[in-house]
Design a protein around this ligand. Structure first.
Ligand SMILES: [Zn+2]
Length: 429
């Protein structure tokens, strides 16, 4: 393979040990960072007046749910799921999942996310969208058995089919995880099977835990314990478990999460929109728990903009703790970058700008009215910027968007495919 080089010059650098300078990319990796780099690169990007930072990591998504965006808002979780989301999801097929994921990938490229962690259905069709658009993703088939042995067997077969077909695909950008939906929709046998098989494959486990008060009651009634206590007792927890939400936690459960090295995905917009509650994120981060950021699906957010999620995360902790010092801009920046990489087991490759790491990088325009005066870059990133400020997105050393134009896939075509799929799916209801 011929070596391909990209030189990014004159950048203000965040998320590494350098403040200002140049970054040289060779194929998929960062090979040099210094004040001045003097080489003849295949491609030179002048990053004057721009911030260069690690690509954002969204650790909890359901990409194909972009097709359900705006379908039903302002409803309680059970009504929202039972009367709107689940009936519509019964019409899903591989083409719809591809269409929704394609739209989501374009939205993430435009708003600076380069890596995401997705749980849904027809995941090999989702993988097609990831392959074509150039992003990096961890994909898991959402497993639900509700105690039914036949269903359980089918869920493992589907997960292992997707592992065999997609794990390591798209130049290594795609990996496959186990996705048991939650402790109240999965049996003990399913959860134990996931623990055993994830060890065998060395795969991540992606699960929803303790999202609502209702779920806590359900798990208590079924098992006599709170969700994290129950999961701990059956030997399910470990460092490869990434739990989304973790809203309602007892002090004992926080200790379990910490001691077992469980990683968390905090989803403030979804938790606020569905009135699920507030996760004790500030407290857990101070205790050393790895908390990352996710958007959840676009039906409960309603976008995939991690820069927006960063601001919401900071503000929610401040008002909930009645403490303006809670969850600082610096901490939120870590959550969306380095903690995200750590949560997905990819901290050696992603999350900071360092020599030897993967070239997953974004550039943000700073010469714009709402980011002026340009003083404290991390403050601007968290409190003033949004996804529309992302100018250039690079993943695995490939430029996916330059000067706000997506080049890896025609945006207008993705919008048409998704719009048509959404119209067709809604007409089936
Ligand atoms: Zn979710």
């Amino acid at each position: 393979m011929e070596t391909q080089t990209i030189l990014i010059k004159n950048a203000k650098i965040l998320g590494g040990n350098h403040n200002k300078g140049s970054v040289l990319i060779e194929n998929d990796k960062i090979v040099e960072i210094s004040h001045e780099i003097d080489v003849n690169a295949d491609k030179v990007i002048n990053a004057e007046n721009k911030i260069l930072m690690p690509g954002l990591v969204n650790t909890h998504t359901h990409l194909s749910m972009t097709l359900l965006r705006g379908l039903a808002d302002d409803l309680p979780l059970d009504v929202w799921l039972n009367e709107h989301i689940w009936p519509m999801e019964s019409h899903l097929n591989g083409e719809y999942c591809y269409a929704g994921a394609l739209l989501a990938c374009i939205e993430m490229i435009k708003s600076g996310t380069t890596t995401f962690n997705d749980m849904y259905f027809f995941m090999d069709d989702v993988a097609r969208a990831v392959e074509e658009t150039g992003l990096r993703g961890v994909l898991s088939h959402g497993m639900i058995d509700l105690g039914d042995g036949e269903k359980r067997k089918a869920e493992f077969e589907e997960t292992e089919r997707v592992i065999k077909k997609c794990h390591g695909a798209a130049d290594g950008r795609i990996s496959v995880a186990f996705g048991p939906h939650s402790p109240y929709t999965c049996s003990k046998e399913l959860l134990e099977g996931v623990r055993e098989k994830s060890d065998k494959y060395g795969a991540l486990i992606h699960i929803h835990v303790s999202e609502t008060e209702n779920e806590i009651q359900q798990v208590k009634e079924a098992h006599g314990k709170r969700p994290f206590e129950y999961l701990n007792d059956i030997g399910f927890l470990g460092e490869n478990v990434l739990a989304a939400h973790a809203v309602h936690l007892s002090p004992e459960e926080v200790e379990i999460i910490k001691n077992k090295g469980v990683k968390l995905s905090h989803n403030p917009a979804s938790n606020m929109k569905l009135a699920s509650g507030v996760s004790p994120v500030d407290e857990m981060i101070k205790k050393g728990v790895c908390v990352s950021l996710g958007t959840d699906g676009a039906a409960s957010n309603n976008n995939l903009d991690i820069l927006e999620e960063m601001k919401l995360a900071a503000l929610l902790q401040k008002v909930n703790n009645m403490d303006p010092e809670a969850l600082s801009a610096e901490t939120v920046f870590q959550m969306a970058t380095a903690n995200g990489a750590d949560a997905l087991g990819m901290k050696n490759d992603l999350g900071t700008i360092e020599v030897g790491k993967k070239a997953d990088l974004i550039l943000l325009d700073m010469k714009t009215s709402h980011l002026t005066p340009f003083r404290h870059p991390k403050s601007h990133i968290v409190y003033s910027a949004n996804g529309c400020d992302v100018n250039t997105t690079i993943c695995n050393g490939q430029i996916l968007m330059e000067n706000k134009k997506v080049i890896s896939f025609p945006e207008i075509q993705a919008i048409e495919i998704a719009e048509n799929a959404a119209v067709e799916m809604l007409s089936k209801d």
